[in-house]
Design a binder for this molecule. Structure first.
Ligand code: FAD
Length: 506
């Protein structure tokens, strides 16, 4: 039997409580003691409403009952993100959670679709995405479990109130034995010998010693950044938005099953439908827009009047050089931040927790495991970074200084390579670790860059008439299936009211 490990989590935002919930679920108190310290007087960042499908996997592993969680967090379903005016004002495209069409004898759908499209007989790519069609019609149902059905080709995430979600996980964690301490960390004591943290000291004078410290203290990065001196690698030259103003408005009567992202003069505005309110926020670059102008512009594009004053948040894109040093691991904003354009922050929390659980050493840190953790997390950040930059760099919003600057900036080589491979032959790599899948890249490459110049040669082995029949049959089966789905708003209301154990979706 190995020795019990003592873990202290500093911070009780979404990151802190997701970590506590996962640890308390996966490892019993025979393996470790978990204590979480949070300070109500400091509070949390207080934003975060959109997720990606990976969150369902996290919740399922924790045994969370979906309709219960949705009811308690005001959640709605999310099938993707609509980008309005990102390439040019007036044009719209969607990033769906799911595939386009179906592959055929080893050919990706978009490859043979391109061949048919070049002959002039295929519809725009969006017509072949189940999730886009369901989203555009405001409909929802769970994906089919039969993998051969067209209705199995998508997945979903949630819009929810991240503060309520953290509370939900707090209750679960405390019930499973996590000790919660209310208090402000006033001092951090390093180890006498070697690197790392020995003890945290609260304002009350209480001292807490542990084997590992998980830094969930938010942008402050109290332990990893401030105490252990791990530097921040800024990506602000690529991702230039550094502020957001946010304000909720009344809930919409018809809840769309997708997030809206509207490109604006110096950034973009989100609209997120929750059951009890609508989330709105304008993410912008302070070099090109004042805070007052941003608030004014935010209010002008909300579906109804704000119900509270606007809140202002400042941030910088980038990440800590490493997220794990000695016996301290950063999870959440303490480890880095990438703007919420593709709803990836909660995902990054989740992935840090998953890797931590996989690579957790015994009582003493192992450099090999620490290095592997840092390698994987850095890769996750870099891949998301490139995906976000693509939205900005490949714009045609000419004559607007912010957008002109984004279009002409130098971009990472890894992204240039990706765009070139796609543009010349529609090629999109499927990598082992990290976001995003080829279908996601395709959505944004198609939306921002446009159609690839030609398709893979293997498509020429098939007569165009056969490929045309195939794409037509896919679009008609999507259309007839989507028309048979129920209204998303009604679905959410019924599901959340349902008898929990009966209706939980597996
Ligand atoms: P915080 O919420 O800041 O929590 C920090 C915790 O540390 C708090 O409990 C605080 O009290 C505690 N603490 C700090 N110092 C001390 C101390 N000295 N002593 C004791 N306790 C201390 N993510 C998404 O996935 N989707 C979105 O749509 C999304 N939208 C966003 C929009 C904006 C504008 C921003 C800025 C972020 C958004 N995010 C989004 C990110 C998301 O909000 C965060 O990733 C998430 O809330 C996790 O935050 P956190 O727990 O790391 O930090």
């Amino acid at each position: 039997m190995q020795e019990r490990i003592k873990i202290v989590i500093v911070g009780g935002g979404t990151a802190g409580w997701m970590t506590a919930a996962a640890l308390s679920h996966v490892v019993t108190d025979r393996v470790c003691d978990v204590t979480l310290v949070e300070s109500e007087s400091i509070g949390t960042v207080g934003v975060g409403e959109a997720t990606i499908p990976a969150i369902k996997e996290f919740n399922d592993k924790l045994g969370i009952i979906e309709p219960d969680m949705m009811q308690k967090t005001g959640a709605t379903f999310k099938l993707g993100i609509e980008f309005e005016g990102w390439k040019v004002p007036g044009e719209t495209y969607m990033h769906p959670f799911g595939a386009y069409g179906k592959s055929l004898q080893g050919m990706d759908f978009h490859q043979y679709w391109l061949k048919v499209r070049q002959q002039g007989s295929a519809q725009p790519l969006e017509h072949y995405s189940y999730s886009i069609q369901a989203a555009r019609h405001g409909r929802f149902a769970f994906p089919a479990s039969d993998a051969s059905a067209i209705a199995s080709t998508y997945s979903y995430a949630y819009h929810f109130d991240a503060g309520l979600y953290a509370n939900y996980l707090k209750e679960m964690s405390v019930a499973k034995g996590v000790q919660r301490i209310e208090g402000r960390v006033a001092q951090v004591l390093g180890k006498d010998a070697g690197e790392g943290i020995d003890t945290i000291v609260l304002e009350s004078g209480q001292q807490i010693t542990a084997d590992y410290f998980i830094d969930c203290s938010g942008f402050r990065s109290l332990l990893l950044g401030q105490q252990l001196g791990v530097g921040f690698e800024s990506w602000a030259h690529w991702l230039q938005c550094d502020r957001a103003v946010t304000a909720p408005s009344a809930p919409m009567q018809n809840l769309p099953p997708y997030t809206r992202s509207m490109a604006k003069v110096a950034g973009w505005q989100w609209r997120i439908p929750l059951q009890h309110r609508t989330g709105n926020g304008y993410v912008y670059s302070s070099q090109y827009l004042s805070d007052d102008e941003a608030v004014h512009s935010l209010y002008a594009d909300m579906p109804s009047a704000p119900v509270t004053d606007a809140a202002l948040l400042r941030f910088e894109a980038g990440r800590r050089k490493v997220n794990w040093k000695a016996n301290c691991i950063a999870v959440g904003l303490s480890g880095g931040f990438l703007e919420p354009l593709e709803s990836t922050s909660i995902y990054l929390i989740q992935v840090s927790i998953q890797q931590l659980l996989k690579l957790f050493p015994g009582k003493v840190p192992s450099p090999a495991l620490t290095d592997e953790f840092n390698r994987r997390i850095n890769l996750e950040y870099e891949r998301i970074r490139d995906f976000l930059i693509l939205h900005y760099a490949a714009n045609e919003r000419r004559g607007m200084p912010f957008w002109d600057n984004c279009r002409t900036m130098e971009i990472p080589d890894s992204l240039t390579e990706k765009i070139e491979l796609y543009s010349s032959r529609g090629y999109i790599d499927q990598y082992k670790y990290g976001l995003f899948s080829p279908a996601s890249w395709l959505a944004v490459l198609m939306g921002q860059v446009g159609q690839a110049s030609t398709y893979e040669r293997v498509c020429d082995n098939h007569p165009v008439a056969r490929l045309t029949d195939k794409v037509e049959s896919i679009s008609s089966s999507i259309e007839s299936s989507v028309m048979g789905l129920g209204d998303h708003t009604e679905f959410v209301n019924d599901y959340c009211k349902s008898t929990l154990s009966e209706r939980a979706h597996g």
